[in-house]
Design a protein around this ligand. Structure first.
Ligand code: HEM
Length: 377
């Protein structure tokens, strides 16, 4: 009987296979210019990181999408999302390696890539879809439709059909955004939950109190501005009044269609509530989750910025191999936000000293402390 051999590093990592797939279109690494090998390896390294980021995103989403998310589950969501953010941060730095490719070096082999492009990175699309990028809205950022592009390719190429399969799978799943919204919707506000008979009144009361405080603060800030800033005082008063109205419109959900408005209004009120009373024990993990989501999206936006600057440095403002306007398109995508409410809410947060008083403070204490208090003689 033969004894099974002990595991070794190269078998475990399938290194032979991994190191044999850098041959590019020729399938022969020795036929490539050194710069092209560099180009392929950098892209493959990115795609490996994307693979891991996608997996982590799905794990985070699964925890968050549960019909009831116990308090102790939120650290798991944060853990997986942090890994996504860290991967993206590392990916941003990796562009430095790409930038050792000079424009002339790249031009030597660029034309043979046409029409292949990072635009076809289906993993980047899966990442976007799982986060919750609305692909119809996305088209507005560059007059190019990444999904339609991959669909078209899938008509004539089996490998593209596989790519499309990955994408369609992701599109059939819940996104982190939808899971987050459902979770926010259920957040108790002033101790009240959606199923409570008086919930609408409690939530409206909180929002009205909050808006009153914003109006009051803005009024004082407008009056306190010193003259001589080069801006008409009346203009400043007008700007503060506009900011007050924008805060009200956001919390009323004016930008959302009527059917979804009550749902979105409650999620926005919950966001303001969690961010405002973030020091309460029961809100400690929720606010960390919100911070982590913002941080993750920030890393993605920074990735887009960094990629665009690297592209500008290497190919200037010429048209991309994928047919987009190139840097102009890439720069426009940096304005995209998936978790736009999480960003918007930052504009209307009040300093602690200006917050409306908190009803039901005990509700937001540590569960164990409450249990102990109830059991105390
Ligand atoms: C010399 C290096 C590079 C150049 C010149 C370049 C250029 C471009 C250009 C011009 C686009 C816009 C689409 C098009 O028309 O082609 C694009 C998109 C893209 N590139 Fe790169 N790229 C480079 C390296 C990389 C690397 C290392 C990655 C890592 C995976 C990458 C990932 C992407 C992705 C994901 C997109 C789609 C972006 C979107 O649609 O929002 N690129 N690239």
């Amino acid at each position: 009987m033969t004894t099974p051999s002990a595991p070794n590093y190269w078998d475990y990592l399938r290194l032979e296979q991994l190191l044999s797939i850098q041959g590019g279109l020729e399938g022969d690494e020795s036929a490539l210019m050194p710069d092209e090998l560099h180009f392929i390896i950098v892209h493959q390294a990115f795609e490996l990181w994307f693979k891991l980021a996608i997996r982590e995103l799905r794990l985070a989403r699964d925890h968050l999408a549960a019909p009831l998310v116990p308090e102790e589950t939120i650290p798991h969501v944060v853990h997986h999302l942090r890994r996504v953010g860290t991967i993206l941060r590392l990916a941003v730095d990796q562009f430095e390696v790409m930038e050792t490719l000079t424009p002339q070096d790249f031009l030597a082999f660029r034309d043979k890539l046409v029409p292949a492009s990072g635009f076809q990175s289906f993993q980047m699309r899966v990442l976007e879809v799982l986060l919750g990028v609305d692909m119809q809205t996305r088209v507005r950022y560059g007059d190019v439709d990444p999904i339609a592009h991959i669909r078209k390719l899938a008509e004539s190429s089996p490998a593209s059909a596989v790519a499309l399969g990955h994408l369609e799978q992701a599109m059939s799943e819940d996104s982190v955004l939808t899971a987050l919204q459902a979770w926010l919707y259920r957040t108790p506000i002033r101790g009240s939950s959606p199923q409570d008979p008086d919930d609408d009144r409690v939530v409206d009361g909180f929002v009205d109190d909050y808006l009153d405080r914003i109006a009051d603060l803005h009024g004082r800030q407008a009056r306190a501005l010193p003259s001589g800033l080069g801006v008409e005082p009346s203009k400043m008063v007008e700007r503060f009044a506009q900011a007050t109205e924008q805060a009200a419109a956001f919390l009323r959900g004016d930008d959302v269609d009527e059917a979804r408005r009550p749902f979105i209004r409650r999620t926005r009120a919950a966001l303001v509530f969690v961010e405002s009373y973030r020091e309460l024990p029961l809100l400690a993990w929720p606010r960390l989750l919100i911070d982590t989501i913002v941080e993750t999206e920030e890393q993605l936006v920074l990735w887009r910025h960094r990629h665009a600057r690297m592209v500008e440095r290497v190919i200037g403002r010429r048209i991309g191999t994928g047919g987009s306007s190139g840097v102009e398109y890439l720069d426009r995508t940096t304005a995209m936000r998936v978790f736009s409410d999480l960003w918007t809410v930052r504009t209307l947060l009040l300093p602690k000293s200006e917050l409306p008083p908190l009803d039901q403070e005990a509700f937001y204490g540590f569960q164990s402390v409450q249990d102990l208090a109830e059991r105390a003689p």
